[in-house]
Design a protein around this ligand. Structure first.
Ligand SMILES: [Fe+2]
Length: 403
């Protein structure tokens, strides 16, 4: 796989044997799973695709105060968001340094199983701490878990199970296709796997049926939904780190993110990195900024972004969540969201901050962000409608129905 020039990734030579395509999923550990389920499920609209006691997966989880893990999604991926108890820590790895890690994982999609497997050798060679390798069920995704310099669990994966119109996840009887080690290559396709299971007598349609626990009735783009908006994309993830330079080196040189922009805020260097055409998918902030901003010191997560399906939905979401008594935050200044215009920040019960937005600047072939003076100025109060920018509604579109 490796030549003098680099690694062959699908016929293209890269400095590493994989290319990260997008944020696939992330998860929070919370103090109260019931409250978390209500916040992320009923209010924000993540649908539940599996509900599992993780203590059944191994003795390392025996100490959990609450072993329930909710697998949730906004799209057809089996999971885009995981909700677990605070006692989980950084999933499959924990240490004293990462005491404030409440993001149980930050997970990135690559495009082939080969990329995942080749990444293992590459990480070993580059002294990156490997936490786990194999394939988990639920979700069916083949993956490798590593540790970032602050103890966040970073996962690369291929092949997330898709949950379609019937809302069915794979049944536990299919979990014999789980791997706790690097799988031998090549592997059979998912189609073959499911056909073989059906032939052996397994009822492949007996899995968990997806649930939306929303209770409202709103019309979104002429479709009735339980809330007046739809999450259409997850990310960016902004994290507080101990050493911005060390983390920047890890995310760019080891993982391959591109640097889009650096912002100096109150003397602190903040770095914005991207995986694709979005202005940023990851932002790295120095830890002292957490206190200056007034964000919760229980977590190294500054914010996770949730893109909604349009500007009108963003406005409607703000009204809806205010009516529901959700806490809003003005801790995150506009300077720390370059490439985003109208946006609102909300807090979950534990103080995790989530950024609601509808637009993010898109970066083209030359890798240059829009000059700051050409960006849209946010006006107060928010106008009813907006003029389009050249890259408004130009990011990858949401696949499938809204609900
Ligand atoms: Fe994962």
């Amino acid at each position: 796989m490796q030549s003098e020039q680099g690694y062959n990734v699908g016929g293209v030579i890269y400095p590493r044997p994989f290319k990260i395509r997008r944020l696939g999923h992330f998860g929070f550990n919370v103090n109260d799973l019931k409250k978390g389920e209500d916040f992320y499920g009923r209010l924000l609209g993540f649908r539940i695709t599996d509900d599992l006691d993780i203590r059944t997966l191994g003795a390392q989880f025996d100490n959990l105060e609450d072993g329930r893990v909710l697998f949730m999604t906004h799209n057809a991926d089996h999971h885009a968001f995981l909700l677990a108890h605070r006692s989980l820590g950084a999933i499959f790895g924990d240490d004293a340094e990462s005491a404030d890690v409440t993001l149980n994982q930050i997970t990135w999609q690559v495009n082939t199983l080969e990329e995942v497997v080749n990444a293992v050798e590459y990480f070993n060679k580059n002294d990156v701490t490997l936490r786990r390798m194999g394939r988990d069920m639920p979700g069916s995704n083949w993956h490798v878990y590593v540790r970032d310099p602050d103890g966040h669990t970073i996962e690369l994966y291929y092949g997330m199970e898709q949950v379609g119109w019937d809302g069915l996840s794979k049944p536990t009887e299919l979990y014999y296709r789980r791997f706790n080690e690097t799988p031998p290559l090549p592997q059979i396709s998912e189609k073959t796997e499911v056909e073989e299971a059906a032939q052996s007598g397994i009822d492949v349609y007996s899995g968990f049926r997806r649930k939306d626990i929303g209770t409202g009735d709103y019309v979104v783009g002429a479709v009735r939904l339980p809330r007046p908006f739809k999450i259409t994309r997850i990310g960016p993830v902004k994290i507080f780190v101990n050493d911005v330079g060390a983390s920047e080196a890890f995310y760019t040189e080891t993982l391959g993110f591109q640097r889009t922009e650096v912002v100096i805020y109150k003397g602190h260097r903040c770095v914005f990195l991207r995986a694709g055409t979005e202005h940023h998918s990851v932002a790295l902030f120095p830890k002292p900024l957490r206190e200056i901003l007034g964000l919760s010191d229980h977590t190294s997560c500054a914010t996770v972004g949730l893109e909604l399906g349009g500007y009108a939905q963003l406005c409607d979401a703000v009204s809806f969540l205010k009516r529901e008594g959700v806490r809003f935050s003005d801790a995150m200044p506009a300077e720390l969201s370059p490439g985003v215009d109208y946006t609102a920040h909300i807090l979950d019960h534990d103080g995790h901050c989530l950024q609601l937005y509808y637009y993010m600047e898109q970066i083209g072939w030359d890798g240059q962000p829009r000059p700051a003076h050409l960006r849209r100025k946010v006006s107060e109060p928010w106008p009813e409608t907006l003029e389009p920018m050249s890259d408004t509604y130009a990011d990858p579109s949401f696949m499938g129905p809204l609900g």
